[in-house]
Design a protein around this ligand. Sequence first.
Ligand SMILES: [Zn+2]
Ligand SMILES: [Zn+2]
Length: 77
Amino acid sequence: MAQCEVCGNDYDKTFEVVMEGQSHVFDSFECAIHALAPTCAHCGCQVIGHGVEADGAIYCCAHCAEESGIAGVSDRV
Ligand SMILES: [Zn+2]
Ligand SMILES: [Zn+2]
């Protein structure tokens, strides 16, 4: 039995995500995404797919990276 660290829900089917050595407990993927997903440096949406990493920033898609002046990126498949 654990408590979701985002919404505080006490739930018997919480799960743990370990990220960069720190463990986080959530009751749902929605809460996990809310807490852990990076945001696109261009449009600000949460990146829940692979995303595109360039120059230390994360973008949700190659289009956003290009709009931010990153050349030569393509979506990972
Ligand atoms: Zn929650
Ligand atoms: Zn974007």
